[in-house]
Design a binder for this molecule. Structure first.
Ligand code: ZN
Length: 73
């Protein structure tokens, strides 16, 4: 896994580990959590733009990429 718990990412960076991220905005709005999926890019916030940060809280392989659930070819 290319990302560790507590690593912080900026909008525009690639998501290196699917999982639950703490979202840290400008102090104007509250912290919350989102799920981000490997291969996507972290988006800017509609309110605080590129100041938002995403901190990996719980890494979890996306079900479609897990060996037990991968589609058979
Ligand atoms: Zn924001």
């Amino acid at each position: 896994m290319a990302a560790s718990i507590g690593d912080t990412f900026k909008p525009g960076q690639k998501v290196e580990a699917s999982g639950i991220y703490d979202v840290i905005h400008d102090p104007a709005h509250d912290k919350h959590q989102v799920t981000c999926v490997y291969g996507d890019s972290f988006p800017p916030c509609n309110h605080c733009g590129h100041h938002v940060r995403f901190r990996l809280a719980v890494a979890a392989t996306h079900v479609n990429n897990h060996e037990h659930f991968k589609k058979k070819r």
